[in-house]
Structures are given as C-alpha cells and as structure tokens.
Design a protein around this ligand. Structure first.
Ligand SMILES: O=C(CO)[C@@H](O)[C@H](O)[C@H](O)[C@H](O)COP(=O)(O)O
Ligand SMILES: [Zn+2]
Length: 196
C-alpha cells in the first residue's frame, strides 16, 4: 500500500470507528454530561488525568472548561492532574509513578467532584489508582477507555460512567475520545448557559 492509500485507509478506519461509537456511546455520553452538569451546578470541580495522548486530552478538556469551548461564558472549575511537573516528578520519585494522579485526587478531590479518567487500554495503573482515590473521596468518575476496558472497567461503581470506544487501535480510540470531549463541552455549556 503506498503512502497516499495508507492515509486514506487511516481516514476510513477513523470514520468507521466514529460511526460505530456514535450509536454505542451516545447514551453514556449523555449520562456523563448530566453527571458533570450536576457537579458544576453544585460548585463542584472536574479533575482529569491520563498518560501520553490521553494526558493531552485531559488538558484539552480542562482548558475548555476553565477558558471556553465555543460560547463566551465564565470559566468553569476544572483541573488537569497532568501538568505540574514538580508535583508529578516528586510523587513519582518519592513514592511511585502509579501514585502521581491518586495523591493529587486525595489532596484536591471533594465530595461531589468528578474525575475524568482517560486510558485507551484501561490498563494504566496510575489511572486505576486515581479512580480508587476518587471513590475514597466521594468523587464520581467518568472513565474514557477502549479495547476490553481493562482492569479499570472493574473498578467503576454504579454512579460512575464508562465510555468505552469499540476499537482495539489506540489512535482510533483517542480520536473518538476527543470528539466525546467536545460533545461534553457542548452539553455542559447548553445546560448551564442556554443554547447560543
Ligand atoms: O498517544 C499515544 C498513541 O497514539 C501514546 O502516547 C499513548 O497515549 C501512550 O502509549 C499511553 O501510555 C497509553 O496509555 P493508555 O491510554 O493505555 O492508558
Ligand atoms: Zn477542543
């Protein structure tokens, strides 16, 4: 397959993954949006975490809440746990990399907050640890995953929401995670500030 055809194939695969995810995930995305709106309307905040591309997604989401998505509106309380290099390196150095998000959740999480936990495989131990810490603090969880959901799927409680992309390809899963982030931002803005 030459480069041009390979690129066309990536686009086709991404389109097909989004079409499958649209039908499978729409109800869970609504549930996640309602959970986040309830949290924000009660002066809660939304924490987010993930590794690699999912760390970027965690920061993308928090920036669109803190600053804005599409409509002009006041900033909303959100914090990505992936950005403070001094905190991340000191926890990893003094304790373990597995604790880098969980220790922040225990320090910052309050009852009624929401943690957006992102892992395309559902395998990342530090995201799993963050979910356990969230439950200790009465923080609800929205989990973005893919593949078979991994160990993270088994950690989720009744009040949590799992958005598992029906794909085994990390890049395709991430492409859907980003679309879901924008869907959630739209739901939050329309619920809290009315439709523009
Ligand atoms: O972005 C990509 C691949 O597209 C990678 O950086 C990927 O995020 C990293 O391999 C992560 O460590 C994968 O972790 P996870 O999504 O399985 O929890
Ligand atoms: Zn965006």
């Amino acid at each position: 397959m030459d480069s041009h055809d390979r690129i066309i194939q990536h686009f086709h695969d991404s389109i097909r993954t989004k079409q499958m995810a649209m039908d499978a995930l729409a109800p869970a995305i609504v549930d996640a949006g309602e959970l986040m709106v309830r949290c924000l309307s009660r002066d809660g905040k939304i924490l987010s975490c993930g590794n690699g591309g999912s760390a970027a997604d965690a920061q993308h989401f928090s920036s669109e809440l803190l600053n804005r998505f599409e409509m002009e509106r006041p900033g909303l309380p959100a914090l990505a746990l992936t950005t403070d290099s001094s905190t991340l390196t000191s926890i990893a150095n003094d304790e373990a990399y597995e604790e880098v998000f969980a220790k922040q959740v225990r320090a910052l999480g309050q009852n009624g907050d929401v943690l957006l936990a992102i892992s395309t495989s559902g395998q990342s131990p530090n995201v799993a640890a963050a979910i356990r810490a969230a439950h200790e603090r009465g923080v609800h969880v929205v989990a973005f995953s893919g593949k078979d959901g991994g160990p993270i799927a088994g950690l989720l409680q009744e009040t949590d929401v799992e958005i598992r992309v029906p794909s085994n390809v990390t890049a395709r899963i991430q492409e859907v995670h980003l679309l879901v982030i924008h869907c959630l931002c739209d739901l939050i803005d329309r619920s809290l500030f009315g439709s523009d």
